[in-house]
Write a protein that binds this ligand. Structure first.
Ligand code: DAH
Length: 344
């Protein structure tokens, strides 16, 4: 009887069910009403009285061991740990959470906003669907004037036979809304998305982002414009970045200029980014044309001001060297997660 029990114990210790059915077969074999343990207790009745004490103990221990083993395996099987057919392995390590990151254009926009906020500029916004007045006429683009062709426009609605409603081509339209609805002085920057009717390529897109700036007060001069933009460039690209202004033309500013900075990639020695000139253009600017002030109900004899506008993609490009504009709108996480920041 002892040898027999020892064999059973070895069998039980080695037992590892692959599924719940195997465990149930185990239970029936050892613990069932016609099972091994029941039978051993039957045999025990005919054991001699001297042997009863030893075998009684052995048998009871064997029964306890079997029951404990069964209870342990049952719990594991019920919680799915050992069931192959559930397809679930709770011992596998969990998936980590993927933490998102700010879009590079948002990072740059926030950086630009922060710099101008420190100079006392507020943030203003306007609609992306604009009428002709706010996008063109008020900004001193006469009707039928070729200056309108500078910006290929998505017109979306006609009024009295004329193209009237369009997707805004620049954030300069927000200047008009701001001046119409308030009283000077104004000191604001206006970030937003703009649209142009262009074929999508590595270097052009049908939508992109701009930040517009406007400063109107008494006695604002071109030197205020220069100093403000100079400070902005030092803050954004680091001290020692050079600036230069070239005369240009915009209908809404007089005089108008374009501002270049010393190439941020090669520091002015010449590279692909600056086409070996050492300079890259980053924005348009100028003194607000008196006609624009008058169109918006502001006394141009009393007030003067400057304005500027820049493309955020361009600024980001000079910071991160992104050769293909399309990457900004494709939402490829492999691209996006390269731009981590502390600013949430
Ligand atoms: N609106 C111009 C553009 O989209 C950029 C610009 C140039 C804005 C000069 C200004 C400015 O406010 O003064 O190309």
């Amino acid at each position: 009887m002892q040898t027999q029990i020892n064999q059973y114990i070895a069998e039980i210790n080695a037992f590892s069910p692959a599924n719940a059915d195997e465990l149930e077969a185990f239970r029936i074999r050892f613990l069932g009403t016609k099972g091994i343990i029941k039978e051993l207790f039957e045999q025990f009745k005919s054991v001699s009285p001297e042997e009863k004490r030893t075998y009684g103990k052995v048998l009871n221990e064997f029964k306890q061991l079997t029951e404990a083993k069964y209870a342990e395996l049952k719990e594991a099987t019920d919680s799915g740990l050992k069931t192959e057919d559930s397809g679930l392995d709770l011992t596998l390590p969990g998936d980590g959470f993927a933490v998102g990151s700010r879009h590079p254009l948002s990072l740059i926009r926030n950086e630009i906003i922060d710099i101008f906020k420190r100079l006392g500029f507020v943030v203003a916004e306007g609609p992306e669907i604009e009428d002709d007045w706010h996008n063109f006429s008020a900004l001193n683009f006469p009707e039928e004037h070729p200056a309108r062709d500078m910006q290929d426009t998505f017109f979306i609605k006609k009024n009295h036979g004329k193209d009237d409603i369009a997707l805004r081509t620049h954030t300069s339209s927000v200047q008009v809304r701001m001046m119409e609805n308030g009283k000077p002085p104004f000191r604001a920057i206006m970030p937003g998305r703009v649209y142009r009717n262009e074929a999508i390529s590595a270097r052009a897109h049908c939508f992109f982002h701009q930040v517009e700036g406007l400063y109107i007060d008494e006695n604002v001069s071109f030197s205020d414009l220069k100093q403000t933009l100079y400070h902005f460039v030092q803050e954004l690209y680091g001290e020692g970045t050079k600036v230069r202004f070239r005369p240009s033309y915009f209908p809404f500013t007089e005089p108008s200029a374009e501002m270049d900075i010393s190439c941020t990639i090669c520091k002015g020695s010449g590279c692909n980014m600056c086409k070996y000139t050492g300079w890259v253009e980053i924005l348009g600017c100028g003194m607000v044309d008196p006609n624009v002030l008058e169109n918006c109900g502001i006394d141009s004899a009393k007030f003067t001001g400057f304005a500027f506008g820049m493309g955020i993609e361009r600024i980001a490009n000079l910071k991160y060297v992104i050769k293909d504009l399309r990457l900004f709108s494709e939402n490829d996480v492999r691209f996006l997660k390269q731009f981590q920041s502390d600013i949430i």
